[in-house]
Every structure is written in C-alpha cells, then in structure tokens.
Design a binder for this molecule. Structure first.
Ligand code: NAD
Length: 358
C-alpha cells in the first residue's frame, strides 16, 4: 500500500529544495502520493493566515509531512508557523543528526552528533507580553505583589515554562532513541545553576529518568561549556538532549561542524504525527536562484522513509548522497562547488535509481 504524505513547499528556497526531495523520493520507487499544501508568507495575503486549517487537517489525515522552510517576520508580524505546527500537532521531539559525510570539507572529521531538542516548551512556548501592553502592566503588578519582583516599565517579557511531564517524555524519547540506534551517551545541556526552576526541572527530570537506562551513559553539562566542548572536541559528543532554545542554537552550531545548514536534516516527532524538515530556513539571500543545497531536505526525506518503514528506500537515499559527495563533482556553492539545486537533485536521483535496481 502507498504512503500519503503532506508536502509543504514553504517560502524562499523551500519550493526549490522540496521539488528536489520529491524527485529523489520518487527515484526510490517507494509508492508515495503527495498532498501538496502551501503555507507561510506565500499564502498570508490570499488566505489571511500563514497556517490555514487545511494544512493541519491534511497532516492529521496523512500523519506525515515533508516540509520546506517557512519565513517568520522578525520582531513583529505573524507568529512562527514552524512553532505553531509543532505545538498544534504536539511534535515534542526534534531530532537533528549532524553527521560528517566523506567529501564535504569540514574542520573536524568523524563528527556524528544527534541533537534531540524539546520542541514545545521553554522560551518558545509563545507566552509573551508586549512592551507597554495592558496585560504586561497587570503582570508587573502581580509579580511585584507576589514576590517583590520589579520589572522595568519599558521591558517586554517572554515566559519560560518547563514542566516535569514535558521533560519526561523528551528524556525517554532520547534514551529510547539511543538504544534503538546503539548510541552510548546522552548529554544534557542546561543552565540550572541560573534558572533553577525551569532548567532545574529539565535537569533533575532527566537525571531521574536516566536511572531507567543503565546501559546508556548520562552526563550533564552547562550549555555554555557544552558550546565550548563542541568547538574543541566535537567528535567526543554523541546525543545532545536540550531544552527548546538551546537545542535551536546548538543544532546550527552542529550543522556548522559538518558542512553547514545545507546538509543537516531534521524530524519533528510526536505520538501521532511526524513532520520532516531541514534545520535551515528559507534563505532569502539565495531564494529563486536555483543555488540552494537540497541535501538537508533530501536527508530529511530519508528520515521520513525510515519512519514509514521504508528502510531500503531510506538507505538508498543516504548512500546516494554519500556517493555524490564523495565523488565531489556535483556540489552547490555552500560546499565550495558550482552546481545548482537541480543538478544536485539529478545526480542524487540517478544514484538512487542505480542503487535500487542493483
Ligand atoms: P537560513 O537558514 O535561511 O540562512 C542562513 C544562511 O545559510 C544564509 O546565508 C543562507 O543562504 C544559508 N543557507 C541556508 N540553507 C541553505 C541551503 N539549503 N543551501 C545553501 N545555503 C543555505 O537562516 P535565516 O536567514 O536566519 O532565516 C531566514 C528565514 O527562515 C527567517 O524568516 C527564519 O525565521 C526562517 N527559518 C525557518 C525555519 C523553518 O522553517 N523550520 C528554520 C530556520 C529559519
């Protein structure tokens, strides 16, 4: 039986790279039916919202989506569609593997890190109070009377909720992932020394849950020190388990270790639904020029195929990417090459085709 998949082209380079991924998935011969659903800045004008209900309804039906990046206005404008999707569908776990591929120039060899990021809580929960708003005036006086906290009247406020239940599920997810993928170490990054009541919950919940997994080593590190370790000895790291904001920042750092944002895939997973997307954004600086590297979304599609139980298709896509990179003839500009998105999609699809017919 075929798989129905919601395909969200997204903004900027999104349509270019999703088209490349679609082509590569089709080359695997896996029976896929795409339900294309536009979202983001592109539909904002016509539909009055960047995330129309039809998009969520489609994912609720297909349970699986492959998504291009979606632009989020900075400071003002609509809320992040990416964050809204993760919250609406309760996609609590982001999985972002940063694996050094042969042929891609990097500062370090043998980096193989998986960032597992909590995706629904923390400073990204969307609990925000606008500077000068009536709600913030009320919050300020409430905080003053509750605990004598004084917040400046020209401040804006973002709240950082981290719960035991929200943390427990991501910790178990990370350790189960470690077992399934035969990894040896889970490292939790935090600032529980400063934020005792939010990062403290994350750290202590992780430490308690770790007892249930005696076969996997557990380590806790303050996130600033973890950033330094990643810059110095990234090959020593294995699985990084992080609250939402640190996970967002360190996944880009890890991308930088293995060749940049153009090569790092991602999955957003919950109990019921899964949305696969690259770590990178809509790259407005190169959008529409056919220059974007499609590897990140192609490897996201490989994660999707594996999730759907199509292990052979997933393996063929990974191997095809590795071969094209190792050959070194077809590479986009971010990898010091001169090829375009389409050329890369063509080369990888051809390898996939050859692999599946071997
Ligand atoms: P970005 O990832 O879009 O770009 C950062 C840099 O990396 C740019 O120089 C860009 O050209 C380069 N780059 C990114 N992807 C590339 C690729 N596939 N091939 C070659 N080069 C690539 O980050 P940004 O500029 O901070 O964000 C742009 C927009 O994307 C913002 O609106 C942001 O909110 C959004 N964004 C969306 C997602 C998502 O949809 N999940 C993730 C991150 C950022």
């Amino acid at each position: 039986m075929g798989h129905e998949i919601t395909l969200i082209p997204g903004d900027g380079i999104g349509p270019e790279v999703t088209e490349a991924a679609r082509r590569v998935v089709e080359a695997t011969g896996v029976d896929v039916e795409w339900d294309v659903q536009n979202a983001g800045a592109a539909v904002m004008d016509e539909e009055g919202t960047p995330l129309p209900d039809r998009v969520l309804a489609s994912i609720r039906r297909t349970r699986t989506a492959l998504k291009g990046p979606i632009t989020t206005p900075v400071g003002t404008g609509f809320r992040s569609v990416n964050v809204a999707l993760r919250q609406e569908l309760d996609l609590f776990a982001a999985v972002r593997p940063a694996l050094a591929l042969p042929g891609i120039p990097t500062r370090y060899e043998e980096v193989d890190i998986v960032v597992i990021r909590e995706n629904t809580e923390d400073l990204y929960a969307g609990v925000e109070f606008e500077r000068g708003s009536e709600a913030l005036q009320e919050l300020r006086s409430e905080l003053r009377s509750l605990a004598g906290f004084e917040i400046r009247d020209d401040a804006g406020v973002t709240v950082k909720p981290i719960s035991v239940s929200g943390t427990r599920r991501i910790v178990r997810f990370a350790f189960d992932f470690a077992r399934r993928h035969r990894r040896r170490l889970v490292t939790v990054g935090h600032k529980a020394n400063i934020m005792k009541f939010s990062d403290g919950v994350f750290l202590f919940t992780a430490a308690i849950e770790a007892y249930g997994y005696p076969d996997i080593s557990f380590e806790e590190v303050q996130v600033d020190e973890l950033a330094m370790r990643l810059a110095l000895d990234p090959q020593d790291q294995d699985i990084l388990l992080l609250p939402n904001l640190y996970g967002d920042i360190l996944s880009d750092l890890c991308a930088g270790l293995v060749g940049g944002l153009g090569v790092v895939p991602g999955a957003n997973l919950g109990w019921e639904f899964a949305v696969f997307e690259p770590v990178h954004g809509s790259a407005p600086d190169i959008a529409g020029k056919g220059l974007a590297n499609p590897i990140a979304i192609i490897l996201s599609a490989a994660m999707m195929l594996a999730h759907l139980g199509e292990q052979n298709g997933a393996a063929a896509v990974r191997e095809a990417v590795a071969r094209v990179m190792a050959e070194g003839e077809v590479r986009t500009g971010d990898l010091a090459g001169t090829s375009g998105t389409e050329e890369m999609a063509e080369a990888i699809s051809r390898e996939v085709g050859a692999l599946v017919s071997e």
